[in-house]
Design a protein around this ligand. Structure first.
Ligand code: AMP
Ligand code: MG
Length: 479
């Protein structure tokens, strides 16, 4: 399909006008293409050569409005660092509508009703980070929003310094957040809360559409999806950095990429967001925070779903839904095909060990994937081999109870433990080059993001330890 034939739906606009604000994008000056993602184009049946169509840059710049589109910003609220903020919403994002079930958004396309004194813009730096990482997460099998392309411009914006403005086109099967529910709950607009829930069921949980108990069942599935998502984050070593309830997806997707990081050396208490001094959103706190966020969602849904039933589900989240989701993923990472009771303990010991041996998280699991009893390759990558040795003895014991062959285990592990992830130092290199007008590394990282489990000899240098000076740095929220 060419852009001219693309027809968008705007079902969100069938909701009450309080849910959104109709608003047109404000274009950037002298826009140019930074990158186009043919993988995402396929999802919306867009021709893979659409990036050569001059209308493509215009689409991202908001000057080519596809047929059927009526641009709008979505209204929501949310708990930010534990405090309720009744008025958030898409302050710099404008929705164009949906095609093939993908809701298209322009992030950085100017002010909206919800901009709250901010400029409605996004910088090249944060746009490249979101563009690449959302694709990276998808290819790691972690539910995420996607991104179709990115443009830069001559428009300047003020952050810590003067930076270039960009727009990234994001795509998601849903943009509804926990905070969207909170908005109507705290305003006591319960009929609108119900309207929103019905909308979400049709958009995201259609299998419950005709079920009399659909509200509660939707809540249960949100809890389960969130548990799975956070377990995947923990297992891959992803620190989101701003887990406010407005950044929690009702579909259990990774959304709103800000000061995120993949762990370099494994640090349980790592805080990627350097304004988060207390570490509320540290890597190790993410499971607890997701429970807290789900509790806030249950409160927002309490006028229309039994509190007792929701509380039971939340209790289950803590007791076994999250722990089981996490242990299952970790079993895959460790190549354990059988489920044994003590596996949770083995994994707990591993986390403590990783914390104490100073090792690159990704490199550790990739190296372990080839483990054949020879410990040297593992000793070579840790600072404290004696501590690791203790855990390896437990692991040896556990492996001896497995029935499948070593080569089968290694093969499975190599498909569960990526060789390549997008570390912040890699993203930063691509950004620095892009700010100087060279976008080749953005393309390289887009390719690497799509091949996390492959051996890519030409990119071997990205598979090793992070250079010391770039390890586990904190990032600014400014974007
Ligand atoms: P975040 O936690 O980064 O997802 O954003 C929190 C809120 O601030 C959301 O409502 C955003 O739309 C809004 N916001 C962030 N940056 C800007 C900006 N430059 N202009 C307008 N709104 C913004
Ligand atoms: Mg957000």
């Amino acid at each position: 399909m060419i852009l001219d034939n693309m027809i968008l739906q705007t079902t969100y606009l069938s909701l009450d006008s309080e849910f959104y604000d109709l608003t047109d994008p404000t274009p950037l000056d002298e826009p140019y293409l930074i990158s186009f993602n043919p993988e995402a184009a396929k999802l919306i049946d867009l021709d893979s050569n659409s990036c050569n169509d001059p209308d493509f840059v215009a689409l991202l710049n908001g000057t080519f409005i596809p047929k059927g589109s009526r641009p709008f910003a979505m209204c929501y609220a949310g708990h930010q660092f534990g405090n309720y903020n009744p008025w958030l919403g898409d302050g710099r994002t404008i929705n164009l509508g949906s095609v093939n079930g993908w809701n298209l958004q322009l992030k950085g396309s100017g002010e909206t009703l919800y901009s709250r004194m901010a400029d409605g813009r996004a910088v090249v730096r944060s746009s490249i980070r979101e563009y690449l990482m959302s694709e990276g997460m998808h290819h790691l099998g972690i539910p995420s929003t996607r991104a179709l392309g990115i443009i830069g411009s001559k428009t300047k914006v003020i952050r810590n310094s003067i930076e270039q403005a960009a727009i990234v086109m994001r795509m998601s099967t849903s943009w509804v957040r926990f905070g969207t529910f909170e908005y109507f709950y705290y305003r006591r607009e319960y009929s609108k809360l119900e309207m929103l829930t019905e909308y979400v069921i049709v958009e995201s949980y259609p299998h419950f559409k005709d079920d009399d108990d659909r509200f509660f069942k939707m809540f249960c599935e949100v809890v389960e999806r969130t548990a799975k998502l956070i377990a995947q984050w923990q297992a891959i070593g992803f620190n989101h950095g701003v887990m406010n309830t407005d950044n929690m997806s009702i579909e259990g997707l990774t959304i709103d990429y800000g000061p995120f990081a993949m762990l370099d050396d494994f640090r349980y208490g790592y805080i990627c967001n350097h304004t988060d001094r207390a570490g509320r959103y540290s890597y190790g706190e993410q499971p607890n925070i997701s429970y807290w966020n789900l509790t806030m969602l249950s409160k927002a849904l309490s006028p229309i779903i039994s509190k007792e039933r929701m509380q039971q589900k939340l209790d289950d989240f803590g007791a076994f839904i999250y722990p089981n989701a996490y242990v299952d993923i970790m079993r895959d990472k460790l190549g354990l095909s059988m489920k044994l009771d003590d596996d949770a303990l083995l994994i707990e010991e591993l986390v403590e060990t990783l914390h104490n041996v100073f090792v690159d998280h990704t490199l550790f699991f990739r190296t372990l994937s080839r483990y054949n009893g020879d410990k040297t390759p593992l000793y070579d990558i840790v600072m404290e081999p004696v501590i690791l040795d203790k855990w390896l003895k437990l692991y040896d014991d556990r492996l001896s109870q497995e029935t499948r062959t070593q080569s089968q285990r290694q093969k499975e592990m190599l498909n569960s433990n990526p060789k390549y992830i997008l570390k912040n130092y890699m993203l930063q290199k691509a950004i620095t080059q892009a700010e100087g007008g060279d976008y080749s590394m953005v393309e390289t990282l887009l390719y690497i993001a799509a091949h996390p489990y492959d051996e890519l000899p030409e990119f071997e240098h990205f598979a090793g330890d992070t250079p010391e000076e770039y390890k586990n740095l904190g990032l600014s929220c400014s974007s």
